[in-house]
Design a protein around this ligand. Structure first.
Ligand SMILES: NC(=O)c1ccc[n+]([C@@H]2O[C@H](COP(=O)([O-])OP(=O)(O)OC[C@H]3O[C@@H](n4cnc5c(N)ncnc54)[C@H](OP(=O)(O)O)[C@@H]3O)[C@@H](O)[C@H]2O)c1
Length: 272
């Protein structure tokens, strides 16, 4: 027996990742999953796992209790205009479109149903995403919020944020994979320079990041102390750490996040 029908408009990278995560728990949770995409062949792997497809956003929204919008930000208004007649106060609309505010979502959907703005990050593709959820729409009932939180808890970690914090989150965590992959690339290159193969170096560095992330979550020791614990006096690690300090790595990372936040605010203000 299905207890909830979820329709996802847009089955690309992010829509596909979310649908993949929900399909994995659909039987257990009683979810029926529907997708809508302009190129159905792109959703073939999801259809093989139990996704049904609709031909129009309106048809998908009509069947659904929860509608997830995963099209590009510039397509949001067009898709919502076509879907609006099928929306109603008993449904919930969730958008993952970067930079599209609750106000814009409400205006584009004619205020017909409560809306949730969500910001995911790409590790959602492997079930390790962080999802910021903004419940600022006063039309959302406590029950609707609970349903949305339960839905996203199956895909990763959820944090509730007011709209005013969404750009900061996007610059730190949404954009975060780019900073982390760039640091990983530097270390992989170092490994190759030392004579490890590309594949071995990548595997070693990925395991290094995974292990450090686990330690950072499990322990409450300040990160600087954890760093210093690895640096024995006159040892090799402190020689490497000194080079990073001279380059101001921590300050560079702060600057990168603040620059991304600044750009995000410009984009939300309508600057191309
Ligand atoms: N990927 C990320 O890392 C990431 C992170 C945070 C937020 N987001 C947000 O997630 C959203 C989707 O990004 P993405 O990376 O998944 O993009 P994507 O891979 O290009 O997927 C977009 C999907 O929307 C479909 N689509 C476009 N117009 C449509 C329409 N009129 N009706 C139905 N489907 C339509 C596309 O179908 P066709 O392929 O057939 O055109 C495609 O399946 C964006 O708003 C983005 O801001 C993405």
């Amino acid at each position: 027996m299905h207890t909830c029908t979820i329709a996802c408009i847009g089955c690309g990278n992010m829509g596909g990742a979310m649908l993949g995560g929900w399909l994995a728990v659909a039987a257990e949770r009683g979810y029926a999953l529907t997708g809508m995409t302009r190129t159905p062949s792109r959703a073939a792997a999801l259809v093989a796992r139990g996704l049904s497809l609709c031909e129009t956003p309106e048809e998908a929204a009509r069947q659904a209790d929860i509608v997830v919008l995963a099209v590009k930000p510039y397509q949001v208004e067009d898709v919502l205009a076509r879907m609006a007649p099928a929306l109603g106060p008993e449904k919930i609309l969730i958008s993952v479109a970067a930079g599209v505010s609750v106000e814009r979502l409400r205006a584009a959907s004619d205020g017909r149903c409560p809306v949730v703005r969500c910001m995911p990050n790409t590790p959602a593709l492997v079930g390790k995403g962080v999802f910021a959820l903004c419940f600022d729409d006063p039309a959302l009932t406590p029950d609707a919020r609970e349903r949305v939180l339960r839905l996203f808890a199956d895909l990763g970690v959820c944090v509730e944020l007011p709209e005013a914090r969404m750009t900061a989150f996007s610059a730190l965590v949404g954009a975060g994979p780019a900073y982390v992959f760039q640091m990983m690339q530097g270390l992989v290159q170092a490994g190759v320079t030392q004579g490890f193969s590309w594949a071995q170096s990548r595997e070693l560095v990925a395991t290094l990041f995974e292990g450090c992330a686990c330690m950072a979550r499990q322990e409450t020791t300040p990160l600087m102390e954890m760093r210093d614990n690895v640096c024995s006096p006159a040892g090799l690690t402190i020689a490497g750490v000194n080079v990073l300090d001279r380059a101001g790595l921590s300050g560079l990372l702060v600057d990168a996040v603040l620059a991304a936040e600044q750009r995000g605010r410009e984009m939300e203000g309508g600057k191309a």
